[in-house]
Design a protein around this ligand. Structure first.
Ligand SMILES: [Zn+2]
Length: 176
């Protein structure tokens, strides 16, 4: 059946040789940007029809992160935070790379993303010193991604940038 459809295709009129093209960019050339945009679009489609896909991507994808005006390394930190890819003790233990999962700062709780960023005393004191409104900062939701999205939604643009920088500093100072 496929063979018949192929033989029914009109023969090309020009002498230009066939070549491989990347269907998802205008010039036919592959770029990481076009592949990323395609992946975001596919994720959006699969979540729209109720499949889990790679996880639900709300409108705008990850622009709240990649388009924020903070240094690239800070964006990467925030991305890793969202993807549970930071070497917190909890993540290390989950991957069988660590014996203990409690917070190295306070030893009071498991060192999850939430604990590191807002529950640990160190984090709370840091946020208090930042003067950002705690009722906007302390609303974690169900994941780091939800948290960052809510910061993006609820803070002024400069406050949001500042908050990501503070979060990065909280993590970075832990690793000194
Ligand atoms: Zn702690």
């Amino acid at each position: 059946m496929d063979a018949q459809e192929i033989t029914n295709l009109p023969a090309p009129q020009s002498n230009i040789c066939d070549r491989l093209v990347w269907h998802y960019s205008k010039d036919g050339l592959f770029s990481v940007r076009s592949a990323y945009n395609m992946a975001v679009e596919l994720e959006g489609r699969s979540s729209a029809v109720g499949q889990s896909g790679l996880g639900e991507v709300p409108r705008g994808g990850w622009n709240f992160l990649w388009k924020s005006k903070v240094p690239g390394k800070v964006k990467v930190f925030a991305w890793r935070l969202c993807k549970k890819a930071l070497p917190t003790c909890s993540n290390l233990q989950r991957r069988h790379c660590g014996v203990r999962n409690e917070c190295p700062r306070c030893s009071m709780e498991e060192e999850t993303e939430k604990h590191t960023m807002i529950d640990c005393d160190f984090a709370r004191h840091t946020w208090a010193l930042s003067n950002l409104a705690w009722h906007k900062i302390g609303n974690w939701g169900d994941s780091a991604e939800t948290w960052l999205r809510s910061l993006h939604r609820n803070l002024e643009a400069w406050e949001y940038r500042f908050a990501i920088m503070v979060a990065w500093k909280i993590w970075n100072s832990r690793n000194l």
